[in-house]
Design a protein around this ligand. Structure first.
Ligand SMILES: *Cc1c(COP(=O)(O)O)cnc(C)c1O
Length: 370
């Protein structure tokens, strides 16, 4: 359940009072302005109806066409990669490194060189700040720059995270946010595409509103999409922005709570960012569980222990190169993502976890370890 500020209702009411119950509109403009201010760094934000739409439009704007190759981090949610297929392009999956769990610089470069050798330079790189943990921005962007390949920064899980003091979502040619119900703030369903110019923002809105050319009648010379955010949804977003910082504090507090539980349990390692350059929103707290057959400890048994206590706890995202829909797509790596998937769990991390919830969670873990 997403946490509410109490102001959502007021802005939804405003949409009704303004009689603007469609896409675009005053709430959308205000929501974009507040996000631009929050992200700083001369960011331009186009509010859309989902994070998936934002990734799709970024690919469109970067000119990705049928048969083009697009590099994508394998360990991610399928929404990072599906839009590559919408364009008829070919996903090239790259493994994670074990420090941030995100796209691995060495394998990224191997992939780029091998694709070039095979005859095609990848058109775009999609890198993800998974679970709100920044990827190795300097290294990844240096490689991308060397080969002159633009980066789409999938920051869907990382609103509020930053790298060297700069907000995630503002490093790439485009940055992507999601305001789905499970994210750190929500608009019920929604997303945004971040760019670094007013012109790119206008182009994004153009494609997102059916690519209507400047004419009295409906004239279209480009493929259009119905991807703009609704004014009602943006009202929820305006209410939610008031508690973004609070939600980040809660999630980081939950990560500290898990730290105290797991510090004496040798089989379980809590994922934490150990690098002063990176500030994580800890959208989800995640762990790796080592098998200990003597004590019956493994990831699946812990998951079942949570399930039996009626507490939701899920495996990490299953890597894309292991998904049936992407079978046959090239993959470059050393199975780091697969190993993380085999050992990893996402723990309850909601911004509204109560003291009572935390006690229940703690009991499941301590009983399990006994
Ligand atoms: C949620 C998510 C998306 C997609 O966002 P939607 O708003 O659900 O379409 C994309 N990438 C990642 C990593 C996500 O977690």
């Amino acid at each position: 359940m997403p946490k509410k500020s109490g102001f959502e209702q007021k802005y939804i009411q405003k949409a009704l009072d303004d009689n603007w119950i469609t896409t675009g509109g005053p709430n959308v403009n205000d929501f974009e302005r507040i996000l631009e201010k929050y992200l700083e760094n001369d960011s331009y934000v186009a509010a859309l109806n989902s994070g998936t739409s934002a990734i799709h439009l970024a690919l469109v704007l970067l000119g990705v066409k049928e048969g083009d190759e697009v590099i994508c981090q394998s360990l991610t949610f399928s929404a990072s990669a599906n839009p590559i297929l919408y364009q008829g392009a070919i996903p090239i999956f790259v493994d994670s490194e074990s420090e941030t769990w995100n796209i691995c610089p060495e394998n990224l470069e191997i992939a780029i060189q091998d694709r070039i050798r095979k005859g095609k330079k990848p058109k775009v790189i999609i890198a993800v700040h998974l679970y709100g943990n920044p990827y190795k921005v300097d290294e990844i962007h240096a490689i991308a720059k060397r080969y002159e390949i633009p980066i789409i920064e999938d920051s869907a899980e990382a609103l509020g995270s930053s790298y060297k003091g700069k907000k995630c979502g503002t490093f790439g040619a485009f940055g992507v946010l999601s305001f789905n119900g499970n994210k750190i703030i929500t608009t019920s369903s929604g997303g945004a595409l971040i760019s670094n110019s007013q012109l790119l923002k206008e182009k994004t809105v153009f494609y997102a509103t059916q690519s209507k050319d400047n004419a009295v009648h409906y004239e279209h010379s480009q493929i259009g999409y119905n991807y703009r955010m609704s004014n009602v949804c943006a009202g929820i977003g305006l209410g939610q922005m008031k508690i973004l910082e609070e939600n980040i504090d809660s999630r980081r507090g939950i990560n500290n709570f898990y730290e105290t539980i797991f510090k004496d349990i040798s089989e379980i390692e809590l994922f934490q960012v150990n690098n002063n350059d990176c500030f994580a929103n800890y959208w989800l707290s995640t762990i790796l569980v080592e098998n200990n057959p003597e004590k019956n400890i493994n990831k699946e048994n812990l998951r079942i222990a949570f399930e039996n206590a009626n507490i939701e706890c899920r495996p990490l995202w299953k890597p894309m190169h292991l998904q049936p829909i992407f079978s046959g797509c090239p993959y470059y790596g050393n199975n780091v993502a697969r190993d993380l998937f085999e050992k990893g769990l996402c723990l309850p991390s909601g911004s509204d976890l109560t003291k009572n919830d935390k006690n229940r969670i703690k009991k499941v873990i301590t009983d399990f370890i006994k």
